[in-house]
Design a protein around this ligand. Sequence first.
Ligand SMILES: [Zn+2]
Length: 454
Amino acid sequence: MTDFRTHASRRGGRLDLRHLLLLPLALLLGTGSAEAQGTVEIDSRIQEMVAQVSAENLEHLVTTLASFETRNTLSSVDDPDRGIGAAREWMVQELQGYSSRLQVGLDCYDVAASGRITRDVEICNVKAVLPGRTDRRVYVSGHYDSVAQIPSDAEGEWPEGDNPAPGANDDASGTAVAMELARVLSQSGLEFDATLVFIGFAGEEQGLFGARLHAKRALDEGIQIDAVFNNDIVGNIRAGDGQINGTAVQVFAPGPDDSPARTLARYAYRFGKAYMPHHDIRLVGREDRFGRGGDHTPFNYWGFAAVRFTEVMENYARQHTVDDTADGVYFPYLARNARVNMGGVASLALAPEAPDVNSPNGNPRLTRGESRYAAHLEWEPSQGATSYRVFIRDGWSMDWQQVYEVGNVTEYTFEGLSIDEHFFAVAAVGPDGHESLASPYDRPPRVIEEVETR
Ligand SMILES: [Zn+2]
């Protein structure tokens, strides 16, 4: 792996050094790979936004959400103090107060009774949009609906709607992360390349209804969603068996290895770690916790990149009960998880779009080059990019192991490097050093047709 390295070590692009501090990538890749090269540019403006994430504000948001007693999707929409209607009305007002740049509103759907939705109901997500230079979107989400079993309920029965369900950790905590990032990012005065969307989904507890409806509509309307940072159960540090951890978070991303979700997970790790180096970001290569689900999954199902953040120490005894109260949320820990989100979300929203590495027929533009023994990569230029980075990992690795600054070019050749034994991706870098998602050179699995016999 060393023979080609000298061909690729030059740096490209101009960096605005007023804002930036260069860190060796080897410190940030987490794999401890001695071969890792390249840099992550630390932007002092993102550092400032990370610092502005406030545990006190998060506590205010979670305790207020819990104070509506229940936010069950089937609870009252008319009571001014209690139920999901009062909760979403308050969220809209709170978000509107952050900045006139935020476009705040409800995203509603009429849903017929089915399964745990025991009567026809209007499901309303709460959405705040911070327009960027482009329409492509980066999401931060949680679900603001809640649910609680009634002790007298039969096993497995789902309550109809009006019993107390404070839902402080599940998932006022994730909703508060989305709202707090909306506050800090909308008040930053920065202009982002991507449009930022902060959203609280409803109907999650009945079967991901709000997220399913929203993601499918985005697909049908051709809306480009580049990333969904979904936060669900992110504020508790003490497991039911007494284990405690307030310095780690899980990030779930289903495969295959170069899926949009895993591409986003690698990015969330790289830039979460850059801005929160003392937080243990644990990538998990599965869809969700074992046998459980969340709002990132419909987005992945319809082809968007989405990951789920969840605390590492869940307390199952409090989830989906009247005991899911704000005293079970440790706000300094919730703030750390919000800051990890901020590192990834702000970096991605400031970066250019990821380059297209496929030809019009959908095949990746990765060949063996003229020599037939090289790795030759081509890609389309990304608007606003001033340089590109090539990422390489070997054939049985999950994390990128090498990063090359290849300059402002749209093709690159690594002479003597096998395209069979390695995986490749290219990211675009903007004038201030912000890096896009890495576009993988990936082929869909071969379709095998049954042979007709006679
Ligand atoms: Zn939840």
